[in-house]
Design a protein around this ligand. Sequence first.
Ligand code: NDP
Length: 283
Amino acid sequence: MTAELIDGKKIAARIKEDLKKEAEELKAKGIHPVLAAVLVGEDPASKKYIASKEKTCEAIGINSIGYKLPKSASQKEIIELVDTLNADSRVNGILVQLPLPKGLNEKEIMSRISPDKDVDGIGPHALGRLVLDDPGFIPCTPHGVMKMIEAYNITPYGKHAVIVGRSVIVGKPLALLLLRKNATVTMCHSKTSNLKEECLRADILCVAVGKAEMITGDMVKEGAVVIDIGVNVTSDGKLVGDVDFDTAKERAAYITPVPGGAGPMTIAMLMYNTVLAAKMRCS
Ligand code: NDP
């Protein structure tokens, strides 16, 4: 079997087209969606992500305002900036690019973002609403995964979903979203003793670890849906996921590529949340 490719780039493009129209409608009502993007330090990957998010904002008609702080910025300075942005009525969404330089308390900073501007959806308020199945900002990467699955008419109902990786920004919220769609969910992590066996039980296998090509074809059930969220740069500069694409695609029914899968969907869902924040302002 050779898997069908889940084209995240194409789905993201459709979502962004719809958002562009929504942003135009909002502007006609005098509401201009504004995203404040905070970058601390010089991490090359973070700088690339911020640049890409700013470019997408521009394409959709969201006004993005960049705030660049040096690596030496203190906890207090960042919190003061977040407070200023919270109080600025022109700003709909606040994004603090992670990871922050070592020594800063990320949790405190993310918790400081006003719940109605937390467009990354990873503050305690947004995550609490997710647990409660209440409407609110859904974390962008897991939301993007669910949109990809939906776009290919894959129904999690009654399926066994296995998620490798239990981070707050990907694994845990993705488990809640799959549960919401009535999948039976298994969470794996670095202390899981029988990872291969667990993965082989997955109808839907989602991987967010950060280890290049660690999930090989022999860990994939015949006919599974494989969602690769990992982003890794190999020693020869190639971008690869956490799944060994070439062997996994021989067993899977559907598979996401890296790049071109979860990455573009994450940015699209950030834009979705920013437009939603602007709409909430006028409702
Ligand atoms: P974290 O480092 O926060 O979490 C990694 C998770 O993987 C942890 O739960 C860890 O377990 C688990 N893990 C580590 N080693 C193993 C192992 N050998 N077997 C099983 N589980 C293991 O990572 P993130 O969730 O932030 O990111 C994961 C990947 O996804 C990265 O490559 C990141 O770049 C990418 N990513 C991509 C995005 C996109 O837009 N495409 C967005 C966000 C992330 P434990 O909890 O026990 O330590």
